[in-house]
Design a protein around this ligand. Structure first.
Ligand code: JCF
Length: 671
């Protein structure tokens, strides 16, 4: 059957359009048309190809998933070996690398191309006359596996290069990765299907590319970032690595957004610090940064040692996961009675600090991990997140290791432990009868963001509760200087200071007071919101479920918890006692009645402010009816930028959210 000219032209036009929008979406991350429009074009092309099968070409966007499952992967020889990189683990090793390069080249300062080192799987892509002919894994560097039909399913890999001027033979290399969000989604899906989950995004990426059935790979959220050239024939490319990357991006390959040109060893180290600060905010895992001598002629002059180039090095971040032995499992009781199993570990250096305790979260998590005393475990500490046990090395388990059971009775007060339907935590039912819960409630009450009592630390609270001097939070204001002075490690001076600090704490704000009460579900933000909304304690205590839910961000669960709290005679009594002791705050004018210009506006604060702490700024905003959230989104109205702002500034610029400096914030607060 011959194909009408206009059909052929339309198919070609559609392919071009789809490739272009695919590029905008997957490579540049800035789509210009709605998904529905893209889908419509793809469907139209599919339709034409169904009607005229002779139209189909392998590089058509409809042909990403086509091939039948393989029996096995073929071997591929890399004519130009895929090298690994030498490592640097500290600034001195980076300086040595730079010094050696300078000496060999006889240069004073070297220009480097720097980029994050992605934690994925190295892949080679071979384009002939702009058409993707082969995709291969690195393998041992010389022999890899032919995974062409799998890489074809990755949308950020063009089946056909865009534009013109590319060499007839162009091999590029890069990293196939899975972003953290995609990894979480995949694992959730695997769990739902009762299939095996992956320990980290790297393993998930590798496992997904080694599927014999490309339909499975197609369903996995893989991405590809190109980091450099391989074999090049029949054409030329720019003489600087950074310019070559820019050219590759024009040809349709995804280049890392963070890549940059830097100068000298110091430039490299500054880049490292910048990326380290950004590490947790990135969408994917990185395990360091890579520096490459930027000029191709200098790269050639430097050449190679054994299996690695002399013109590039990987500067590694401290590992975020390490193995160690779990010595024991303790159970801690929190403020709300939640029992948290904690792993006591043989100390291990991970994520830049020494760790000897890690959370095991709860019963379900222990069962999921099947972690037992004496096991060898993998501990993870990423950024400021508390260290956790992520997996157990089962091969190293000693015989006879016994399963761990959560206690049926509270290890502190002996009360029964219950686990409510739908809750992850098992809880001690002892309430404020339980010394552990009482101690936590008091520590929370006096903490910096609550009543802010200076000098009433953990050890003192322990003594106060264990001695029976303090049974509830209001008791702390009834202790005399003599009673304090009689406690262990307390002199007359400390006792006097403590009494003064307690006296000072009585002048507080309504928001802090609500927060200090430790009502379940009422965190700092909600506490300040409630203060701004209700204005007085009497109004808050009198509010019913419906009135509570009229406060911003208060839903049925929070409202229920507040009602329950104030319904308890015991809690009302504690509040009365606190007021009788002299705890007070300036009256609030409820934001709702003031028609504040900031009412309902959403703020994010980043960096250090000069004239006030971030907490104070937060409180001032909330008092005016604004909301303060932790992360920037499209719904954020303003991002306030202090000194040394974090990645939130980048996010604000990316999402085009308006920013304010401190002066701008002060003006708004004055209005
Ligand atoms: O991101 C990476 N894992 C990565 C690996 C980045 C690079 O620029 C690399 C690499 C391995 C070898 N460059 C070479 C030459």
């Amino acid at each position: 059957m011959t194909i009408p000219r206009d059909v052929e032209r339309r198919a070609a036009e559609l392919r071009k359009q789809i490739e272009h929008h695919n590029y905008l979406y997957y490579v540049l991350d800035s789509p210009e048309i709605p998904d529905a429009e893209y889908d419509r074009m793809l469907r139209e092309l599919q339709h034409l190809e169904d009607e005229f099968p002779a139209l189909v070409i392998p590089e058509s966007p409809t042909q990403r998933v086509g091939a039948q499952p393989l029996k096995q992967f073929n071997e591929v020889r890399h004519e130009l070996p895929m090298l690994s990189l030498g490592n640097a683990f500290n600034p001195d090793e980076v300086a040595d690398f730079d010094r050696r390069a300078r000496e060999r080249l006889g240069e004073d300062e070297i220009e480097y191309a720097a980029e994050p080192k992605l934690d994925g799987l190295a892949i080679s892509l071979l384009y002939e006359n702009g058409v993707l002919m082969r995709g291969a894994t690195r393998g041992d560097g010389t022999w890899g596996e032919d995974v062409t039909q799998n890489v074809r399913t990755i949308e950020s890999i063009p089946l056909r290069l865009l534009g013109s001027g590319y060499p007839a033979v162009l091999e590029v290399r890069g990293e196939a990765i899975m972003a953290r969000a995609g990894f979480e989604l995949l694992n959730a899906r695997q769990r739902d299907k009762g299939e095996k989950t992956f320990v980290n995004p790297r393993n998930a990426a590798a496992g997904s590319l080694r599927q014999l059935d490309p339909r499975i790979t197609a369903a996995r959220p893989l991405q590809f970032y190109c980091y450099g050239p391989g074999r090049i024939d029949g054409g030329t490319v720019p003489g600087r690595h950074s310019e070559l990357l820019a050219r590759l991006r024009e040809w349709g390959l995804r280049i890392n957004e963070e890549s940059a040109v830097v100068h000298g060893a110091q430039g490299c180290l500054d880049y490292y610090a910048r990326l380290a600060a950004k590490r947790d905010a990135l969408a994917y895992d990185i395990d360091g940064v890579v520096y490459k001598v930027n000029r191709a002629d200098q790269q050639r002059a430097l050449g190679f040692v054994s299996r690695a180039p002399r013109w590039a090095i990987a500067h590694k971040f401290p590992a975020q996961e390490e193995m160690t032995r779990l010595l024991d499992i303790d159970v801690q009781v929190g403020r709300t009675g939640a029992l948290t199993p904690v792993a006591r570990l043989e100390s291990v250096f991970v994520g830049g600090v020494t760790v000897s305790n890690a959370t095991l979260h709860n019963q379900d998590e222990i069962e999921r991990l099947d972690v037992r005393k004496g096991d060898t475990v993998v501990v993870r500490r990423a950024g400021d997140v508390i260290p956790e046990v992520v997996s157990v090395v089962k091969e190293k388990r000693r015989r006879g290791a016994r399963r761990f059971r959560m206690p049926t009775h509270c290890p502190v007060c002996g009360s029964e432990v219950v686990r409510l339907e739908g809750e992850a935590a098992a809880r001690c039912t002892g309430g404020l009868f339980c010394a552990a819960q009482r101690k936590q409630a008091i520590r929370h009450f006096v903490s910096r963001r609550a009543m802010d009592v200076d000098g009433l630390g953990e050890k003192l609270v322990e003594q106060l509760v264990d001695s029976g001097l303090v049974r509830n939070v209001s008791d702390v204001y009834r202790i005399s200087q003599q009673q304090f002075a009689a406690l262990e490690r307390m002199g007359e001076t400390s006792a006097a200071n403590l009494v003064a600090a307690l006296e000072k704490s009585k002048s507080t704000t309504f928001g802090r007071f609500i927060f200090a009460l430790g009502i379940r579900q009422v965190g700092e933000t909600t506490a300040h919101t409630l203060a701004a909304h209700f204005g007085t304690l009497d109004a808050l205590m009198a509010a019913d479920d419906e009135q509570l839910q009229q406060a911003p961000d208060v839903g049925p669960i929070v409202a229920q918890s507040i009602c329950t709290f104030f319904a308890q005679p015991h809690n009302r009594e504690v509040i009365e006692n606190l007021r009788a002791s002299g705890v007070h705050w300036p009256a609030e004018t409820p934001a709702v009645t003031r028609g504040s210009v900031l009412a309902g506006k959403s703020f994010v604060l980043t960096g250090t402010l000069e004239s006030m702490t971030r907490d104070a700024a937060k409180a001032a905003l909330i008092a005016r009816g604004a909301k303060v959230t932790a992360s920037v989104s499209k719904k954020t109205d303003y991002v306030v930028i202090g000194e040394n702002p974090g990645s939130k500034l980048d996010k604000a610029q990316q999402l085009e959210v308006p920013t304010l400096d401190e002066t701008g914030l002060l003006k708004l607060l004055e209005r």
